[in-house]
Design a protein around this ligand. Structure first.
Ligand SMILES: O=C(O)CCC(=O)C(=O)O
Length: 334
């Protein structure tokens, strides 16, 4: 096998990650490369001026990752940091201090207790009231291992009544109406927002129509690991969902090479592919009907429906904060 540019890229990346010449030689010869050619390729990459510039940037990145690691170690020293607190309700200042600023998730058991939605959004009732409304869904997810990355290609339209029938019949992960499908932007479904009952004074009711996202799926639907760019509330209206969460401080351990996505499955970490992920502190919580999760900014999450599920996420909190990750700027020319 020749040492091509793909291999040179591999050498550069692994060198920048701190791998030794010996370990790389072992991997390269193990993959069928001639030892002398593999050794020459490593020397060539090491001597490149491109590599010296990259090494300086990699050094800065390692320092930033060390800062995050220390912050995570300190955060997990706090009492109760490995569990998610459950409270009936919370005052605005307490939420701001103990959960928004301190970046700690919270389950609110009373926030949605009196919402008419808890009765009215039972799937059969939704089908009876809105069954003819055409909605967009993600369909055919079983046939695409990258169903979340490819969600735009998996969009289909169907009447809500058909969606409900398939979900109740056990569509598993194949079919899911998600936030991305923007169902509540359909004028015919706008009345559903009237079923969202009283909200705390730290949620901006007027912004709800633009900020509310509906999720409808069967037992077994999954949303793979990702983070959002806004903090949010997620109210479980029907059924239960299991959430697995990891702090934004864990980002360097989550192999986040694409946008907001991680290829790691926190429910069954593949230690051979993702060894650093084995060190991630995972918080695990099951949301029951009527419960609401507060997800602080940038928290990683993956979600699995344990039952037929209807839920609502909304981002209209009265606190500033968006998780920006702007494209890096070019450095000045010499
Ligand atoms: O419920 C799900 O499947 C995913 C929820 C989610 O990712 C969100 O609300 O941001």
């Amino acid at each position: 096998m020749p040492v091509d540019d793909g291999w040179r890229e591999w050498v550069a990346e692994n060198r920048l990650r701190g791998c030794t010449r010996e370990s790389m030689m072992a991997a390269m010869t193990g993959a069928g490369l001639v030892a002398d050619e593999a050794s020459a390729a490593i020397s060539e990459v090491d001597a490149s001026p491109l590599m010296r510039a990259a090494a300086r940037l990699a050094g800065r990145l390692r320092k930033a990752e060390a800062v995050l690691r220390h912050q995570q170690t300190l955060a997990t020293l706090a009492p109760g940091a490995r569990e998610i607190e459950r409270r009936e309700a919370i005052a605005r200042d307490d939420l701001l201090r103990d959960h928004v600023a301190a970046s700690r998730p919270l389950v609110l058991t009373g926030l949605a207790r009196d919402w008419p939605a808890l009765e009215r959004w039972a799937p059969q009732r939704l089908a009876a009231a809105y069954g003819d409304v055409v909605v967009e869904v993600q369909s055919g997810r079983d046939g695409d291992p990258q169903y979340e990355l490819n969600k735009l290609a998996l969009r289909r339209e169907m009447p809500l009544g058909d969606l409900v029938a398939r979900v109740l019949a056990g569509s598993g992960n194949d079919l899911y109406l998600t936030a991305n499908n923007q169902a509540l932007k359909r004028p015919a479904l706008a009345p559903l927002l009237a079923d969202v009952g009283p909200l705390p004074d730290w949620v901006d009711r007027a912004q709800l129509p633009g900020a509310a996202l509906l999720w409808i799926g069967g037992a077994g639907t999954r949303t793979p690991l990702h983070h959002d760019t806004l903090m949010l509330l997620h109210t479980q209206v029907v059924g239960r969902k299991r959430w697995r969460l990891a702090s934004p401080f864990e980002t360097p351990r989550l192999y986040n090479d694409r946008g907001v996505f991680s290829p790691v499955d926190l429910a069954a970490i593949d230690g051979a592919r993702f060894p650093r992920a084995l060190e991630v502190t995972v918080l695990d919580v099951v949301l029951h009907p009527g419960e609401t999760l507060f997800l602080p900014l940038g928290w990683w999450h993956q979600v699995e429906s344990l039952d037929v599920s209807v839920s609502l996420s909304y981002t209209n909190l009265a606190f500033a904060g968006a998780f920006d990750y702007p494209a890096p700027e070019a450095v000045p020319m010499p």
